[in-house]
Design a protein around this ligand. Structure first.
Ligand code: UDP
Length: 410
């Protein structure tokens, strides 16, 4: 992992010195991150970079992952879908499974910390173990849009959420109206990670050759877990429409996350749709294929993210950072990243996606401008350094709250 100084030329020197200054006040603070997978998906992607950077500035951060069972991941996937508003049948014993796995993880994970940072619903029940000391803070970091959930699931989770000192959302539109401290912190990408660092043309070519993707035609790419909510079938339909008038290739690159039990089923449907179309490349990549994804995004004429529902949608910032023109659905956190007609094109349908892709393929100068604007937008708003700054500021704000409680004797 590069040290903080390496971010100066990208994020600016004042950002780095401000981070060091702020972090001095948090030196040695024990912070625990807990989520549900070490590999696969945006949360793991961020924690992989955030935890070492916190440590570098002197915060005693560590990262633990809850251990689940297959039935547990089936429940949490249903929760995930239901929080995104998809109707799901969840019998009472599934809620029981969820609580049981939470309890056994509470026995195993060392929760003796100053700040516990719990990501998403999977580990949320750990909050039952929080100590009563006011100086200890518990934060719920919600990466998904819970503004229009299926009621039963939200009603089950809400009492847990309320036990935290603060809830963090990626966008104001994602939150529920609740009587607690709610904070907005957008996610981020690490510009120096293997996924996002600059690559030479030779490095890109070598990856394409290894993955069997010829460069003879413009490449359209979507990088996503094979998940219904990422709509890979919709991407194929849009691509087939584009292919009628413009020669191009489609790359669907993805894997399945260890906490996602639906991946295989979705992949089978995608294979069916892609059958007989040699210009569609389905790439099942191991979860640590950061260089491969980097190269694929950089080699693409257009990067697509045609999600039906989305959390933040980190893949969009990843593509924009590479100055790629993006066509993406106007869902979740995507409109924070893509300003229509400025840093990409927002779409709502398969037809809209096909039209936007064609527009970009036929107008490279426009595509280039959108990509360049997108890179600057990411530089200003979605880099890891800004994200770390937001977390440090939140920790200090929570300290201030404790101090106020102490002084007022409440
Ligand atoms: N990703 C990956 N391999 C894959 C699919 C996705 O490394 O096969 C990465 C992708 O580059 C991004 C993250 O996983 O960094 C996905 O984050 P996003 O917010 O787009 O979606 P999520 O999977 O969290 O819903």
């Amino acid at each position: 992992m590069p040290d903080l100084a390496a971010y100066e030329p990208i994020a600016g020197p004042s950002v780095v010195s401000d981070l060091r200054e702020l972090a001095k006040r948090l030196a040695g603070r024990r912070v625990l991150m807990v989520n549900s997978t070490r590999l696969g998906g945006g949360v793991a992607e961020i924690l992989n970079r955030m935890v070492p950077l916190m440590r570098e500035v002197g915060v005693d951060a560590r990262w633990d992952v809850i251990e689940g069972t297959d039935p547990f991941y089936r429940v949490t996937k249903k929760f995930h879908n239901a929080l995104h508003g998809k109707a799901e049948e969840i019998p009472p014993e599934m809620f029981e499974t969820f609580l049981e796995v939470g309890r056994s993880n509470a026995q195993r994970i060392d929760l003796d910390v100053d700040i516990a940072f719990i990501h998403d619903p999977q580990p949320i029940t750990l909050v039952e173990q929080r100590p009563k000391r006011p100086a200890v803070k518990w934060i719920w970091r919600c990466h998904i849009d819970v503004s229009r959930p299926i009621r039963t699931v939200w009603q089950f989770l809400e009492p847990f959420v309320k036990r935290f000192d603060a809830a963090i959302y990626s966008s104001p539109a994602f939150a529920q109206r609740m009587d607690m401290r709610q904070v907005l912190v957008a996610p981020s990408i690490d510009p120096l990670s293997e996924k996002n660092r600059e690559l030479t043309p030779e490095e890109i070519d070598a990856v394409l050759a290894r993955l069997g993707v010829p460069k003879d035609q413009p490449i359209i790419t979507q990088v996503s877990r094979f998940d219904y909510l990422k709509d890979p079938i919709g991407v194929i339909e849009a691509f087939k429409r584009v292919r009628k008038s413009v020669k191009c290739r489609l790359v669907l690159a993805g894997g399945t996350a260890s906490d996602d039990p639906e991946g295989e089923e979705v992949l089978a449907k995608v294979r069916e749709q892609a059958k007989g179309h040699p210009e569609i490349h389905l790439l099942m990549l191991p979860a640590d294929s950061h260089l491969e994804i980097n190269a694929l995004q950089r080699a693409s004429a257009v990067v697509v993210q045609k999600s039906i529902r989305e959390g933040f949608g980190l893949t969009v910032s990843e593509a924009l950072w590479k100055a790629r023109p993006v066509v993406a659905s106007a869902v979740g956190g995507i409109p924070l990243q893509v300003k229509h007609g400025y840093s990409g094109l927002l779409v709502h349908t398969v037809e809209g996606a096909a039209h936007a892709i064609k527009q970009l393929l036929n107008n490279p100068a426009y595509a280039k401008r959108l990509g360049e604007n997108g890179r600057e937008h990411v530089r200003q708003n979605f880099l890891l350094t800004r994200h770390l700054m937001d977390y440090l500021l939140l920790f200090l704000a929570l300290d201030y709250q404790t101090e106020t409680i102490r002084l007022n004797g409440v």
